[in-house]
Design a protein around this ligand. Structure first.
Ligand code: ADP
Ligand code: MG
Length: 156
């Protein structure tokens, strides 16, 4: 099973899952974060990057499209919310980053650009729970084969 489902009851729970995922990162990783506004994509990113050792402030790159942080790896953090079409991905050099072998790439708001995502990545979907304000259903799935083992490790 390449999919892991987790019920988060607080921001702390979400951060915990993010750090667990980060602790399994060996070389490179591409994370794609899907979820409505306020679901917790940036919060997840923060905890993930902190666990990788970055000391820089993690902010949502909605206006500048991409932030770069250093940790033991370089982290490229994209937010595609404001982009309208695929040509703009080219303009911001998106594909140069998703082709990198040894870095960490985090992509928020893939929704308009599914066909532009790389072959292998980890999809993190965060769904709000209608009944409980702070509850989230977090689904972590390996797309492609490359990260299948990593997601299996996360389940254990
Ligand atoms: P996004 O980047 O998806 O738009 P943010 O990460 O910026 O969302 O914001 C998520 C907000 O939801 C934060 O204010 C966070 O404290 C709050 N929140 C409440 N419960 C949770 C939870 N279980 N997991 C993640 N965030 C939560
Ligand atoms: Mg965000």
């Amino acid at each position: 099973m390449k999919q892991f489902k987790y019920i988060s009851k607080s921001p702390q729970d979400t951060s915990l899952v993010a750090s667990q995922l980060a602790s399994l990162v060996q070389a490179n990783i591409i994370l794609v974060l899907q979820g409505d506004l306020g679901a917790g994509k940036t919060l997840f990113t923060k905890a993930f990057c902190l666990s990788l050792g970055t000391t820089e402030a993690i902010t949502s790159p909605t206006f500048n499209l991409m932030n770069v942080y250093s940790s033991n790896k370089t982290i490229y953090h994209f937010d595609l919310y404001r982009l309208e079409d695929e040509a703009q991905l080219d303009d911001i050099g998106f594909y140069e980053y998703t082709d990198i072998e040894d870095e960490v790439v985090i992509i928020e708001w893939p929704d308009k650009f599914w066909e532009c995502m790389p072959e292998d990545y980890i999809l993190v979907r965060i769904d709000k729970d209608m009944e409980q304000e702070d509850y989230r259903v977090i689904t972590i799935e390996a797309i492609g084969n490359k990260y299948a083992e990593l997601v299996e490790e996360l389940q254990q």
